[in-house]
Design a protein around this ligand. Sequence first.
Ligand code: BJW
Length: 227
Amino acid sequence: MKILVLTGAGISAESGVPTFRDASGLWEGHRFEEVATPEAFVSNPALVHDFYNQRRRSLQSPSIQPNAAHLALAKLEREHDDDFLLVTQNIDNLHQRAGSQNLIAMHGELLKVRCLDTDERFDWTGDLDVSTPHPKRSAAFGRLRPHVVWFGEMPLGLEQIEAAASQADLFLSIGTSAVVYPAAAIVQWTRPNCRRVEINLEATPSSGAFDQSIRGKATVEVPAFLA
Ligand code: BJW
């Protein structure tokens, strides 16, 4: 059985990582146009760096750990080997830390940066600002950006995601509000005989496209569904 899983911020909420659109979510304190677009980075790089520096620091707090839902998906992968793909919109590293390997982080990774000139990627745990020296070119400053996908930019791994969706027997969507595209369209890319299951605290604009909608917390419902 071929399995494709899509996760969003809701799966990490119970690990203490804020979501975007819920009450007290990340967009509560920011307009996304100010921090999550290429235009914002050009016009106010310091503000954008500050937004991601704070999140990078929080993610590395010892209290932020993978939860039962992340662990259940890593176990599912071990049981299904090559027939499993996990696509996450999350830029945290909680799936990786839970042991997931066959994974596409379609909106990038918070603990990576990339070079504006060459696109080369570097692991990054510290702060970043407009005067940060380049790791390989010591005379170059401020040429690094967070390795994340902002609005208007192309998400990563789309070809592989589309292929996996078109072959999946089970599509599981967990903890996403289904308002950001193209992630929200993946359910439409699945074939007619694919079983589509959504797990979320509440209904989403995509709920009608699923065969089954499970309402509840990811840490409870994901392990229960996969048991
Ligand atoms: C729980 C829970 C618990 C809580 N248990 N559940 C007009 C119409 C259509 C599209 C567009 C349009 N204008 C522009 C666009 C395109 C745009 C877009 O979609 N905009 C819409 C908002 C209108 N998309 C793009 O620009 C994308 N690129 C693109 O389209 O390129 C061109 C292209 C064309 C054709 C094909 C392919 C490409 C890029 C999108 C990049 C998104 N980037 C962000 C920021 C990443 C970096 C960062 O983290 O800062 O990604 S935005 C933000 O939203 C982040 C997330 O990954 C993404 C999705 O959010 P998510 O994960 O769904 O979180 P929430 O908070 O929204 O929802 C949480 C859910 O969990 C809720 O439902 C809760 O109920 C639930 N929950 N606790 C279970 N315990």
